[in-house]
Design a protein around this ligand. Structure first.
Ligand SMILES: Nc1ncnc2c1ncn2[C@@H]1O[C@H](COP(=O)(O)OP(=O)(O)OP(=O)(O)O)[C@@H](O)[C@H]1O
Ligand SMILES: [Mg+2]
Length: 401
């Protein structure tokens, strides 16, 4: 069972103790959508923020940061983090008869950030990591986190420094990328050349018989070019018929569908030809919807909501010291979706897949990410994350009964 993934793999630089209410942050805050200023919960490109502030980004960052150097560096990006989770979960299963191979395809910059990214990613039990070197700095996300924001609920804002990910072209993937049972594209809005060719890449995956999964990320480039307008998926907004499962958070789903409600959005994606849609909403119940439609992998699931995992919420309330942050909840959710799909496909099932059954462990995995700082978990032994996650999946099933 070959699981191949590509898209955004980025280095997260975490500044964990910022103060959004201070004067420096206040002057950097966005006044209207797409103006390049900071918005809690959202991301901007550093060059857009430079324009907004009229100063080089490094200067802006120095004026903002309470801690002058990052508190931590992490493996980030919706593709790398979701694939990393799937690799960790499936690695624990390779002892059995089914051989799961999880391969990550990306690019890396030739600088310290690229080096750090490689060190982080090398500790994940991927079967193979294909990172094409590029003569650029690696793309970074500065994660600016104010734990006191919103009456202590905490919030983060993200600044992306462009780099090698802008130079990631479809040809970098090579032919063997398409030789897989499941192909996952994650956060491609941050890899513009891949994103623009998403329809063709999905078509090629499909032609080779792969199940195709797409998970979205905030499309700041579209927001910058056409503020407030609908985002596209594929050059002509025509990727949907080649997507077997689409995962998005609420904002991404609304912006990409151009609808105002999640149910309308889910209906629109299915009508465009997606096989299954999952729209996550943080602690609010996630929405799922599937139709045998074009590729026929799924049974029909009417619109269904799944609540968040109570065991996670309870433990966070009882043990505030165990709180990590909510970065990567969606990526871990998707990673578990990929792992569950891999198992179902490995069992020989090519149709009648029950979307709800795929999403149940995934919602527990998304919640579990609340205990981690950043999206990726670095295991001390193979199967550790799987073992730690199991009680949450079990409790979540009980909660649903
Ligand atoms: N506070 C929470 N408590 C329990 N479960 C949560 C919580 N936040 C998220 N989850 C779980 O994780 C899933 C995905 O979260 P969310 O919608 O926040 O993703 P996201 O916005 O894509 O996150 P990211 O892009 O940072 O990975 C949710 O549907 C839910 O099941
Ligand atoms: Mg997300």
């Amino acid at each position: 069972m070959n699981i191949h993934g590509t898209g955004c793999g980025i280095l997260d630089c975490i500044f964990a103790d910022e103060d959004f209410s201070g004067p420096a942050y206040q002057s950097a805050m966005s006044k209207k959508s797409g103006d390049g200023g900071l918005t809690p919960g959202q991301l901007v490109f550093s060059d857009a923020l430079e324009k907004f502030m009229g100063r080089p980004y490094d200067e802006v960052l120095a004026s903002l940061n309470k801690s002058k150097t990052p508190n931590a560096w992490n493996l980030g990006g919706p593709s790398a983090v979701s694939l990393a989770h799937a690799a960790q979960i499936l690695a624990g299963k390779n002892a059995g008869s089914k051989n799961y191979a999880v391969r990550f395809y990306g690019v890396r910059g030739c600088d310290n950030a690229g080096q750090t990214l490689m060190e982080k990613i090398s500790s994940i039990p991927f079967t193979d990591i294909r990172m094409i070197p590029k003569e650029y700095p690696h793309s970074r996300v500065d994660v600016l986190s104010d734990p006191r924001y919103n009456n202590g609920a905490g919030e983060r804002t993200f600044v992306i420094r462009r780099g090698a990910l802008d130079e990631f072209y479809p040809d970098d993937l090579g032919n063997d990328f398409f030789n897989a049972n499941l192909i996952a594209f994650g956060g491609t809005a941050l890899t513009p050349r891949i994103h623009n060719n998403l329809t063709e890449l999905l078509q090629r995956s499909r032609k080779n018989g792969a199940f195709t999964e797409v998970n979205l990320v905030y499309d700041f480039q579209s927001e910058l070019e056409n503020p407030g307008k609908k985002w596209k998926l594929g050059k002509n907004d025509d990727a949907y018929p080649y997507i077997d499962l689409l995962a998005a958070d609420q904002e991404e789903a609304l912006k990409t569908s151009g609808k105002t409600g999640v149910e309308e959005a889910a209906a629109w994606f299915i009508k465009q030809g997606c096989g299954a849609v999952v729209i996550t909403r943080g602690r609010l119940p996630l929405l799922l919807y599937s139709d045998p439609g074009t590729a026929g992998f799924f049974t029909k699931t009417e619109m269904t909501y799944l609540p968040s995992c109570e065991k996670v919420d309870q433990e966070l309330a009882d043990h505030p010291e165990r709180r990590g942050d909510t970065t990567g909840c969606g990526d871990n959710f998707t990673g578990q979706v990929i792992a569950e799909l891999a198992e179902v496909l490995a069992s020989g099932k090519q149709n009648d897949i029950d979307l709800r059954e795929i999403c149940i462990p995934a919602a527990a995995a998304g919640g579990f990410a609340c205990f981690i700082v950043g999206g990726a978990f670095y295991e001390t032994e193979t199967g550790q994350k799987r073992r730690l996650l199991e009680p949450y999946i079990k409790a979540y099933r009980e909660q649903l009964e």
